[in-house]
Design a protein around this ligand. Sequence first.
Ligand SMILES: NC(=O)C1=CN([C@@H]2O[C@H](COP(=O)(O)OP(=O)(O)OC[C@H]3O[C@@H](n4cnc5c(N)ncnc54)[C@H](OP(=O)(O)O)[C@@H]3O)[C@@H](O)[C@H]2O)[C@@H](O)CC1
Ligand SMILES: Nc1ncnc2c1ncn2[C@@H]1O[C@H](COP(=O)(O)OP(=O)(O)O)[C@@H](O)[C@H]1O
Ligand SMILES: [K+]
Length: 511
Amino acid sequence: MTTDWRSPHPFLLSPTEMGRADRLTIEGGIAGIELMEQAGRAVVRAAVELVSAGAQILILCGPGNNGGDGFIAARCLAAMGYGIDVLLISSADRLKGDARLAFERMGLPAERIAEGQEGQKRLPMLLDSVDLIIDGLFGAGLDRPLEGEIKQIVDAVNDSGKPVLAIDLPSGVNGASGQKLGSAVRAQRTVTFFCEKPGHLLFPGRELCGAVVVAQIGIRPDVFGDIRPQTFENAPALWRHAWPMASQQGHKYTKGHAVVFSGSVSSTGAARLGAAAALRAGAGLVTLASPPDAMMVNACHLTAVMLKKLAGEKAVQDLLSDERYSSVLIGPGFGIGAGTRSSVEAILRASRATVLDADALTSFSETPEHLFSLVKLCDAPVVLTPHEGEFARIFPQVEGDKLARARLAARLSGATLILKGADTVIASPDGRAAINHNAPPWLATAGSGDVLAGITTGLLAQGVSGFEAACQAVWLHGEAGNIVGPGLIAEDLAPALKEVLRALVDKFGEG
Ligand SMILES: NC(=O)C1=CN([C@@H]2O[C@H](COP(=O)(O)OP(=O)(O)OC[C@H]3O[C@@H](n4cnc5c(N)ncnc54)[C@H](OP(=O)(O)O)[C@@H]3O)[C@@H](O)[C@H]2O)[C@@H](O)CC1
Ligand SMILES: Nc1ncnc2c1ncn2[C@@H]1O[C@H](COP(=O)(O)OP(=O)(O)O)[C@@H](O)[C@H]1O
Ligand SMILES: [K+]
């Protein structure tokens, strides 16, 4: 299990917000060079874990403070007996502020420092003989694609196959989005400062970072109070307060009643996967609403999940006139077309907490605005769970990186969005967004998304609000995937939730 209980807070800071954290700290009386000293020393601690005593280390330094961290690391590692070469991509005359100070303090012999063109000439020879490369070219200040000679340096580093330790971010990775700008260093390990950035969790950045180490350099957590971050790591610390703890005196009706809509006779499995997951996620009761032709096949496969026949034009409306149904899932295996649109309309007009997945989304490809207006009529939370293909169908005009797209789509639609994938992003219409990172690749299997939709529905049934239910569900789904491991099929996920929930509830019970 990958549970990381250590995460004391769930915040992620964009490079701009991180710059603000640095500034607030400096205004609070800690000198910038002191932060840089701490950052450089954290790089040293990571480096010594990667090489043996006396190893040869090449430190690549850019023109800003990321390079400054590299100069500090160079001084400390040289003092510890490592063989250090520094390659500065610009001329030393152009260094400013703390980076200049760090360069002046470095104290390396001149022949171990190569600047500008000279550095480029020496690079192939240096790369041949090093045991480790430390990448201090660009961090938070990267603001355009790597080009020309700098791109050539990065490509040569990657082609060398030598291990790389990145300072803050692999150079070329945008810390706000995880996107690669032009070219990017591929690191084995990345040391970042204070807290992670979205670019450490979003692909391709996540892969380019290797293992990420977060080092504390003297920035106090109370800067979060000023910055008020709206981006989070999806971890229990984010949604623990909203966890639907079972009450000693509760009964099944206090845990909510979820209804899942089944497709017709040849496509009923997806809804059953969702229904079983909703029950396992803690809904007190789950009913599968089935078209008449699918009653027999559904009846043959259900035990704890109840079954109800749904027939006639007003069937959805009539069903939901029963106020005890507290959440609804529609979409998995439901079919695409006008019938689906009118069922979705009836559900949203009944103002029930709703998950719209798969066919319920695709059915609105031609009329997404109509869907959004229905979502806005609904007085209860609505969660949309598109994968990238479905997202492109209902949000064709929304472009940009994954985090920005999920945020914008949530705002446009008025719904909480689960934009699925290896780095699922959950976004709320109020601007909050969380990035998930516990999902293993074996979740990429037919029906896995139906289970996720079911878990979300089960949590909504218990009264959890939209964003928290979506975050909890995505995390539980990832943990269940880790427990099952390779060979996973969708049917394995709901049973695996037992172990996930036990660990979670035990942990929460401990306070
Ligand atoms: N602030 C603090 O107190 C602390 C900061 N810390 C450290 O500082 C890092 C942030 O430092 P930073 O803001 O100086 O930015 P950084 O990443 O070094 O790059 C900026 C330089 O790169 C240049 N440039 C950008 N893109 C380029 C491109 N594609 N191609 C070519 N050039 C490009 C840009 O040049 P210009 O745009 O001026 O031409 C500018 O000169 C942070 O990641 C952390 O490691 C820690 O020490 C803790 C304390
Ligand atoms: N490479 C991956 N790593 C981790 N999780 C993944 C990966 N690929 C897909 N997933 C997850 O698996 C689920 C697949 O959902 P979906 O695409 O709707 O499949 P289906 O329609 O077959 O149920 C989503 O929760 C998604 O986030
Ligand atoms: K870097």
